[in-house]
Design a protein. Structure first.
Length: 422
């Protein structure tokens, strides 16, 4: 048997912690900070149906005052109706910090956005024989433009000789355009408090402040010209309606967040939050018409060389609703996020997940359109009356008016992110 080597002079006996294979080196400091960047691939849902903006008809011959109305079975809607909602891209950035060494209390801030998106649709007619007639349908509260003289469905122009806006019957060509723009962004600042820690899971309370902004704009325009060589040669009739809605939500929120370790580097996390607060709605409605129709009539129907006039009001934007409008509503903003992540290294992980966000009481531009119009008191009708082309006084109520309706707005989609901790 080999003799055991004597201990070196002054050496201490081996302590129990050394025999147990433990180390005196200090424990590593827990990671206290984190940050992530995400790509958002979302869809916007629940568009309120816009009113019909431009129609055509299979009537032959045309029934003036009836053809092209939204209630006619022969009418086809070409512009308006439900708005499309294609894929939207955006981003979200988050950063947080544990305030204590035991990872029980933290603060976290986040900002997200969807890039502004514009959708444009147009329809037109050359105004030559065989080409389609186009109409702008509305409900005339005065009966000025209906066949019966009573309130009912009618078609544009809002004032004029009683023909379609554009088409062969009126030897006018025209292009009508609907343009929809939208953007979504928001930010939040939260405190986190650890409620429970299990063997492989945690549960945190989330409480803080939230801001969300929804901005949408709907523009409807028409450019109508007389067909060269016709008795409308040189006629210009252009109009534009603009309905702009900006919503800002400010509120306090409360929620829960849980994280479960699945093993092999995978984690599953879920967050549910509900914010309560005020939705500040700001709506701007504007409309105008630029035409030489009246000056051309004053020249005996010679439109070439006739000066253009700028008139207040387009079609659905008239003196009764043009202007800036604002109001506040109580609103609720719930959100759910679920992510599956994978730890690439001690300081970096990747994740993918699903997100659902809902806002109540949101003003939307298609809700701002009032298709009730007093055809006897529009900007064009008033200008014709002032020029002496008829003497019938305005009748019926003021229309259109600002209606102040609102809708539910929601967005959902996928997120893909990269997170860091240190």
């Amino acid at each position: 048997m080999r003799a055991q080597a004597p201990a070196a002079p002054g050496a201490l006996d081996s302590p129990a912690w050394a025999d147990a294979g433990l180390s005196l080196e200090p424990c590593p400091t827990p990671q206290r900070s984190w940050a992530s960047a995400e790509y958002l691939m979302w869809w916007i849902g629940n568009h309120a149906d816009a009113v019909p903006l431009v129609t055509t008809t299979s009537d032959n011959p045309l029934i003036l005052g009836s053809s092209g109305t939204s209630t006619s079975p022969t009418t086809t809607v070409l512009l308006g109706g439900a708005l499309d909602s294609p894929l939207r891209s955006g981003g979200r950035f988050t950063a947080g910090f544990w305030l204590d060494d035991t990872a029980n209390v933290a603060v976290e801030g986040s900002y997200f956005f969807l890039a502004p998106r514009t959708l444009t649709q147009s329809v037109g007619t050359p105004g030559t024989p065989g080409s389609p007639n186009l109409f702008v349908p509305f409900f005339d509260v005065s009966g000025f433009r209906t066949l019966t003289g009573l309130p009912g469905e009618a078609t544009g122009p809002i004032a004029g000789p009683g023909f379609p806006f554009a088409g062969p019957l009126n030897v006018q060509n025209g292009v009508f355009t609907e343009r929809y723009q939208s953007s979504l962004q928001g930010a939040e600042l939260n405190g986190l408090y650890r409620l429970a820690t299990g063997g492989s899971s945690t549960l945190d309370l989330v409480a803080g402040l939230r801001w969300v902004q929804v901005h949408e704009d709907l523009n409807f325009s028409g450019n109508i010209n007389g067909v060269p060589g016709s008795n409308r040669d040189g006629l210009i009739y252009n109009f534009q309606d603009d309905f702009n809605a900006r919503n800002n939500f400010y509120g306090a929120q409360l929620g829960l967040r849980t994280q479960v370790r699945l093993g092999r580097g995978f984690d599953l996390s879920a967050t549910g939050k509900v914010a309560l607060g005020a939705m500040h709605q700001a709506a701007a409605i504007n409309g105008f018409t630029s035409t030489n129709f009246i000056t051309g009539l004053q020249q005996g129907g010679a439109f070439n060389g006739a000066a253009l006039q700028a008139l207040p009001g387009g079609v659905f934007a008239q003196p009764g609703n043009i202007g800036d409008h604002s109001q506040c509503r109580f609103a609720v903003v719930p959100e759910v996020t679920v992510n599956l992540s994978y730890q690439l290294a001690s300081w970096v992980r990747i994740h993918a997940g699903y997100n659902f966000l809902l806002l109540t009481n949101v003003a939307r531009p298609d809700d701002l359109i009032d298709r009730n119009i007093n055809a006897s008191a529009t900007g064009m009708t008033n200008a014709l009356r002032a020029a002496g082309f008829f003497s019938v006084a305005p009748v019926g109520p003021t229309a259109p008016t600002f209606n102040g309706r609102d809708s539910v707005y929601w967005a959902q989609g996928l997120n893909f992110g990269l997170g860091f901790s240190w």
